[in-house]
Design a protein around this ligand. Structure first.
Ligand code: ME8
Length: 646
């Protein structure tokens, strides 16, 4: 089976922003996953370079249209290269082969009787490169899609008999309920078609920057309508009208598009393909709109988010993860640095990064970094079966491009891992001399991480490759088949140390954002510090003051006595961050270092680090001391590491 995946080809009238990056990330994710599972995959992206809009933009920039198109097209290509987007082909509609293919398609449609010459009088929106009937205009003048002024155009035009395809299209939607994804968008297309289609004007005489009609038409005045030209890129890229060398990849499995251009892909494009007697793409995946503070992004508003700037600040894989996890596919989403930071700290740093650190630490201590799955089945049947249930459920979400659900489900694997560590407490097993059991738990986690990485690879290619390297596997079809399809466990290996993959982020990293944007990004939970301590006679404080102290559940993973000190113990306390915190505590008289390892404590987590006998202490333990001595304050029953105490 082959999997041909495409993005829209982007207009070259401005540089890529976060919305373009989003479509490209999703397509790249699907392409990478498809390659990993061993399917023949072809991933197409590129630029849409003809039309009045580009001609006008070039003029404004005092450049020739070709020069302008070359420059902007290169900015897209360079950005995708910097982002390591795994496209197989970057098509430009100014490519000679493409133009030839478009002319060929025009001839075939014409031979079929679907093209005729007539006069067009209508309202044209240059920005959308679309005609609208009077009835659709807002206040009789403005474009119903973008709100800009339309101009009245009367010109000779060739038409495509779109009306003839009305019923065929409706039949097709009926027979293929998953043609449009998400399914919730299907009705809007069906209703549009049911509302009645008009024949489509597919040539223009009002400008020249476009594909010429085939020579056989002997008509120099006309150039192709930019949408006919653009949509055909999906087949000209495979050699249609030229050498046809990749036409075996047709039909596409999925065209990813924004909801703004769904109509073109779900109505015009299928009709063109029917006219060409070619099969239809299997899916059109229409995603929602990324907004900035609820508004559409635009240069004039100064609220455009540049993908490179965000990726440089927060990490490319983190950005990919955030965009796919945060917003359900098909819905609009607001881009907020605060939401992004929360995802990094909780999902990536706490859940995923922490798990890897913990097994590196434990295996180092218990087995000189050797990890062997031999006893995993014996001690962890329950976890293995829970894992399998999660892994088996994932394809369904992927097939429907419900990426946020896919990732949400996938993350259950890390919960299984974290829970297993809490329940089986390998450090206790080690103390009890049950080394096999302790090592089995560590190996279980290694297997969870390996399998999760294989399933996460499409979304986070770089990070999962690093994790795989630490676990002695490759992101390859061979290993995917073995560990996912055949459900095997990892062969014995020596785990490699890796630097922390997801450093925690405390504050927005992009500071030069417009003021309004930073305001909106102040941590929600952080209230303005109370300037004056308001005390009444009873010495009461406000709740805000109490919440200025961050208290968390921690697990003591290491403990040792501080030589030459009667009072101090040096502890490493895991509070759900990338690495454990070092806490130097004055409790030596009351607790032995040994007895603390593997026990839970309550940590004040937002104290400024302090130095005690030359050692950094990054937190404080809660304790109560009376005349009988000191005791640590602990949760009544074990809680998830890092849980906030309130
Ligand atoms: O429409 N949020 O090109 P285009 C999410 N050339 N996605 C966004 C977005 C946003 N704010 N802004 C843009 C065209 N996109 C035509 C396509 S295809 C044969 C021809 C993404 O440069 C989204 O995928 O205006 C949208 O469909 C595409 O960029 C439009 O890019």
């Amino acid at each position: 089976m082959s999997n041909y995946v495409t993005t829209p080809i982007y207009y070259v009238n401005g540089e890529a922003h976060i919305g373009h990056a989003y479509t490209t990330f999703i397509a790249d994710t699907i392409a990478r996953h498809s390659r990993l599972i061993g399917e023949e995959t072809y991933f197409l992206t590129g630029t849409d370079e003809h039309g009045q809009k580009i001609e006008e933009s070039a003029l404004k920039n005092k450049k020739s249209t070709q020069e302008f198109a070359d420059e902007i097209s290169a900015t897209f290509k360079n950005l995708w290269d910097e982002f390591d987007i795994s496209y197989d082909q970057f098509i430009r509609t100014t490519d000679e082969e493409h133009k030839k293919g478009v002319q060929k398609a025009f001839e075939v449609m014409s031979a079929k009787g679907d093209i005729y010459k007539g006069d067009y009088e209508g309202h044209y929106c240059v920005s959308c490169e679309t005609f609208f009937p009077e009835t659709q205009l807002i206040d009789g003048e403005f474009c119903p899609d973008c709100g800009r002024t339309t101009s009245t155009v009367k010109e000779e035009s060739y038409f495509f008999r779109l009306c003839d395809y009305e019923q065929k299209l409706l039949d097709y939607y009926e027979a293929h309920p998953d043609f449009i994804l998400p399914k919730s968008r299907r009705n809007e297309v069906i209703n549009f078609v049911k509302g009645g289609l008009h024949d489509l004007s597919v040539t223009r005489t009002s400008f020249t920057w476009g594909v010429k009609l085939p020579k056989s038409f002997n008509d120099d005045k006309h150039v192709m309508y930019v949408w006919l030209d653009a949509l055909l890129n999906y087949i000209t890229a495979l050699g249609y009208g030229n050498d046809e060398k990749n036409m075996h990849l047709w039909p596409a499995n999925i065209h990813f598009v924004g909801k703004d251009i769904l109509r073109f892909h779900a109505i015009y494009w299928p009709a063109f393909l029917m006219s060409l007697d070619l099969p239809l793409p299997k899916h059109i995946g229409a995603h929602g709109w990324w907004t900035r503070d609820g508004e559409k992004m635009s240069k004039s508003k100064g609220n455009v988010i540049h993908p490179k700037e965000v990726a440089d600040a927060y990490g490319l894989d983190n950005l990919r993860y955030f965009m796919m996890r945060e917003v359900p596919f098909g819905q609009d989403g607001d881009f907020s640095q605060r939401a992004f930071i929360d995802r990094i700290n909780s999902d990536l740093s706490n859940d995923l990064g922490n798990l890897l650190n913990r097994i590196i630490g434990m295996s180092g201590k218990y087995s000189d970094f050797h990890i062997d799955s031999k006893d995993v089945e014996k001690y962890h049947t329950k976890e293995l079966s829970e894992m399998k249930t999660v892994l088996d459920s994932l394809d369904e979400y992927l097939d429907e491009i419900r990426m946020h659900r896919y990732l949400e489900e996938l993350w259950k694997l890390f919960s299984i891992g974290n829970k297993a560590i809490e329940e089986h407490a390998p450090w206790v097993k080690m103390k009890e001399g049950k080394t096999d059991q302790a090592l089995a738990t560590v190996a279980l986690i290694a297997n969870i991480l390996a399998k999760a990485s294989l399933r996460l690879h499409g979304v986070m290619p770089q990070t999962t490759t690093t994790i795989a390297g630490a676990l002695g596997i490759e992101m390859s079809t061979k290993h995917y088949t073995k560990l996912i399809k055949d459900d095997a466990l990892l062969a014995p290996f020596v785990i490699q140390k890796v630097p922390p993959l997801f450093p925690r982020v405390e504050e927005p990293l992009i500071k030069e954002a417009p003021k309004a944007m930073l305001e909106a990004e102040k941590p929600k939970e952080k209230k303005e510090p109370v300037k004056e301590i308001v005390k009444n006679e009873d010495n009461l404080i406000g709740i805000d003051q109490f919440f200025e102290t961050t208290l968390k559940i921690g697990l003591v993973v290491e403990a040792e006595e501080v030589a030459k000190s009667k009072k101090l113990l040096k502890l490493q306390v895991d509070i759900g961050e990338e690495k454990p915190r070092q806490v130097v505590a004055g409790i030596k008289e009351f607790y032995s270092a040994e007895s603390l390892i593997g026990t839970q404590v309550c940590v004040v987590a937002n104290l400024k680090p302090a130095k005690l006998m030359g050692m950094i202490s990054e937190g404080m333990l809660l304790a109560a001391k009376d005349e009988e001595g000191l005791c640590l304050i602990r949760p009544e029953k074990p809680k998830k590491i890092g849980t906030k105490i309130s």
